[in-house]
Each structure stands twice: as structure tokens, then as C-alpha cells.
Design a protein around this ligand. Structure first.
Ligand code: AMP
Ligand code: GLY
Length: 423
């Protein structure tokens, strides 16, 4: 099977790493990829949001299966274009990708499906949004409706902050994404992420994770794309998984079918759990980054069979071989991230790293210059390990981090603290 993966982050490196371990994979191309991915697969420059260009490339390379990593090409309808050209694709249609691309769409689906989530209002002008804030009080959550690269959510502790956030959104701080605003009740509890393959009819859970969104130790400082993650998430007990499937995931999937936009792909279910009750925070229509890295390390080569079963609507008969293992990943980022940072610093120590099925450095933002790896982004590496216990996985990851020589980088030293302090 010739496989094309779209994307260039740590998520796609881990997908590529798992997929190519499967003997069914004859040839793997990742577009556009990065310097780490280039070590294990062919990389190709391609505008992955241009469905026509992707379909033409897939035709030329005799691709049998396309796996779409990030949300932008999904929201742009690249999967529709590929399916229309006859390709087997993993990833939802542009219409179904609205579950991530529009918060108001998701709220309406949840209403129709009876799925528990935060109470909300949806606004297209500042005056009525402000009146809602005044009536509700604080804390309260202000969200840009559209895709805002993970930045369109403001948790306001006071009414004054909330009113300022409303002005900020409607004055265009988040561009088009903020032309409509969703204002939500602030939910208390513990957050967790749950990943479910959906083929339009059946659903198959493929793992739970928790990530660390804040940049600093002790969950302090500004929000990031994620500074580390671990799987499984202890808060996701069997009972909570069952409740999430029955009350949230399955009713949402049924409602998507009813509305004529069946969902096929991985559904990233962001949850808030309080007193044993899961409520939906958000859906994403892709794997999380860095959550994907821990899931891929735990699932390994079977991932290709699972993604293919999902794309071919065969999930009813699909099975997962679970191990009682734990995986943890620590993100190394360029100093300054999530603010401004320099690009091009040299990363040493990667060539001597011993990598195997339980130890991998996934690359998120690297390039090559004069034979050396260089940092090309904010989040740069996801150092990942798997072991029999979370503590052991964490010890192994930090030992690997220690072997990486990158003075311009930084990382959190406490990934996994919550789960380890509870165990
Ligand atoms: P989102 O982009 O919707 O995932 O929001 C980013 C983060 O904001 C989430 O991971 C939560 O930590 C937080 N958040 C979003 N909505 C709420 C809410 N209604 N109540 C509490 N926290 C929230
Ligand atoms: N790590 C959070 C995300 O991928 O959205």
C-alpha cells in the first residue's frame, strides 16, 4: 500500500512512525513533513490545503490511502476533493469538520443531540454579547467561533475582563474567526482528552490522554499548543468512558448522520469531568498534538489497520490489541514560545539517541542545515517513551531529554504531575 500523510508536526511524525511499522505499508510519503520525518519517510513539498494539488500529487504517486493530520486541510474540504477523485481517505468531510471549525455549529449539534456541555450564547454583535456577559457574571469563557490556531479562547475571571475580551474579538483580533462569538459557562473539574474513531456508523475508542497546555511548571503562564501529555488518563475510568460514549459521542455521531453530514475520522473529545460526570469542552476533528505521540507509541503498527478500517467503514469488526502500558511525552520548545522566538538554532545529541518501539524523539519543527538538525518552530521536539508504569515512562523521557544538547530550547519538568500525585 502506498500511503500519503498530510502535515508537518510531531503528530504526523508519530503517525508516520506507527504506520510504517505495518508490513502493509510499501511506500510512505509525508507532505510537507519535516527533517525528523525525512529520516523515516519521503517528504514532498505540497500545498496541503489545495485539494486539487493534493489529488494531482496522489494520482502521480499512485497513492492508495491518504491520512490527513491537521484541521486546516480538513476544514478546507481536501478530503472531499480526494474522495471525489476516488482515493481512500482518513479524515472527515469539510462539512463534518465544522465540529472543530465552528464552535456555534458544535453547540447546536450538542443541543440537538442532548449532549452535556457548558451553557452558552452565540452572538454576532458586541452589544448583545456584552448584555449576556453582564447577565451571567464571571468567571465566563469567551470564544471566537472559527479556527484561531488554538488562541481564540479567553477565560475571563472578571466581568470587566470578559467585556474587554468581547471588544477584542469583535474588533478583529482573531480575524474572521472572531466575527461570531460563543460565550460559555465556566466549567469546573478535571480535563481529559478521549480519542474515538468514527466511521459514520460505528465508534471505536482508541485511547485517553491528558495534556499540559500552560507553558510553565505547575501549569502556570500562557497557553500553548501543549507542552507534554501522557496516556492513559487516570480520570478516564471505564465508567466515565462508557458515559462519554453513551451521552456525548454516540448522540453526536447520530445527529451528524441525521443532518446529512456523517463523520468519518478520529474525533478528539475534550472533556471536563466533575463528580464523575463528563461534559464536552470541545471537539477537534484530528488527533491532538502532542496527544497523538503518546497514542501512536502505545498502539504501534496496528494503527494503519485501524485507520484503514475507519476509512472503509469497517469499525464494527475492528479490534484493538491493548497493552497495560503508559506513554508520556515532553515537548521541547524554542525559548520565547509561545511568544516570539528565534529560528535556526542547532540541536545536538539527536544522532546518538537510541530509539526503539518504546523511545522516540518525534520532530515537530526541525530542519537541516550543514548536516545538523535546527529548530524551525516554537514547539520543536516531542520526546516520548512508553513503559509499564507512568513513573517509569516519565523517568525514561527525562533521561532522553537530558541527552539533547540544545541551549536555545526549554521544556517543562513536571509533565504527568497530576496523574503521579493521584496514584
Ligand atoms: P478550546 O479551544 O475550546 O479547547 O479551549 C481551550 C481551553 O480552554 C480548554 O482546553 C479548557 O482548558 C478551557 N476551556 C474552554 N472552554 C471552557 C469552559 N466552558 N469552561 C472551562 N474551561 C474551558
Ligand atoms: N494539544 C491540544 C491540541 O492538539 O489541540
Amino acid at each position: 500500500m502506498n500511503i500519503l500523510i498530510l502535515g508537518s508536526g510531531g503528530r504526523e511524525h508519530s503517525l508516520a512512525w506507527a504506520v510504517m511499522q505495518n508490513p502493509k505499508c510499501d511506500r510512505l510519503i509525508v507532505a510537507p513533513g519535516n527533517a525528523g520525518i525525512a529520516e523515516i519517510a519521503d517528504c514532498a513539498a505540497l500545498d496541503i490545503e489545495d485539494g486539487g494539488a493534493v489529488a494531482g500529487f496522489a494520482e502521480e504517486k499512485a497513492i492508495d490511502f491518504v491520512i490527513i493530520g491537521p484541521e486546516a486541510p480538513l476544514a478546507a474540504g481536501v478530503s472531499d476533493r480526494l474522495r471525489a477523485a476516488g482515493f481512500l481517505v482518513f479524515g472527515p468531510s469539510g462539512a463534518a469538520a465544522q465540529l472543530e471549525a465552528s464552535k456555534a455549529f458544535t453547540k447546536q449539534i450538542c443541543d440537538a443531540a442532548g449532549a452535556p456541555t457548558a451553557a452558552y450564547g452565540h452572538f454576532t454583535d458586541a452589544a448583545s454579547a456584552k448584555a449576556y456577559v453582564q447577565a451571567q457574571g464571571a468567571p465566563i469563557v469567551i470564544k471566537a467561533d472559527g479556527l484561531a490556531a488554538g488562541k481564540g479562547v479567553i477565560i475571563a475571571e472578571t466581568v470587566a475582563d470578559a467585556l474587554a475580551a468581547v471588544d477584542e474579538m469583535f474588533s478583529g483580533a482573531f480575524g474572521e474567526a472572531g466575527a461570531e462569538v460563543v460565550i460559555e459557562e465556566f466549567m469546573q473539574g478535571e480535563e481529559a482528552s478521549f480519542f474515538v474513531l468514527c466511521d459514520g456508523e460505528d465508534v471505536l475508542p482508541i485511547g485517553t490522554a491528558q495534556d499540559h497546555k500552560r507553558v510553565g511548571d505547575g501549569d502556570t503562564g500562557p497557553n500553548t499548543g501543549g507542552m507534554g501529555a501522557y496516556s492513559p488518563a487516570p480520570v478516564m475510568t471505564d465508567a466515565i468512558i462508557a458515559a462519554t460514549l453513551d451521552r456525548i459521542v454516540k448522540p453526536t455521531m447520530a445527529e451528524m448522520v441525521r443532518q446529512g453530514t456523517p463523520y468519518q475520522g478520529v474525533l478528539f473529545v475534550g472533556l471536563m469531568i466533575e463528580n464523575g460526570n463528563p461534559r464536552l469542552v470541545e471537539y477537534n476533528v484530528r488527533f491532538g498534538d502532542p496527544e497523538c505521540q503518546v497514542l501512536m507509541m502505545r498502539l504501534g503498527a496496528q494503527v494503519l489497520d485501524l485507520l484503514q478500517a475507519c476509512a472503509e467503514s469497517r469499525l464494527a469488526k475492528a479490534q484493538i490489541n491493548w497493552a497495560t502500558d503508559h506513554a508520556l511525552t515532553v515537548v521541547m520548545a524554542t525559548k520565547g514560545y509561545p511568544g516570539t522566538y528565534e529560528k535556526g538554532s542547532v540541536i545536538g545529541g539527536l544522532n546518538d539517541m537510541v530509539e526503539d518501539s518504546s523511545h522516540m524523539v518525534f520532530h515537530a519543527g526541525t530542519g537541516r542545515a550543514a548536516g545538523q538538525f535546527t529548530a524551525t518552530g516554537g514547539r520543536v521536539l516531542a520526546v516520548t517513551a512508553r513503559a509499564g508504569s507512568l513513573q517509569e515512562a516519565r523517568t525514561n523521557v527525562y533521561a532522553m531529554v537530558n541527552d539533547i544538547d540544545w541551549p536555545e530550547g526549554f521544556f517543562r519538568r513536571d509533565i504527568g504531575w497530576r496523574a503521579l500525585s493521584e496514584s
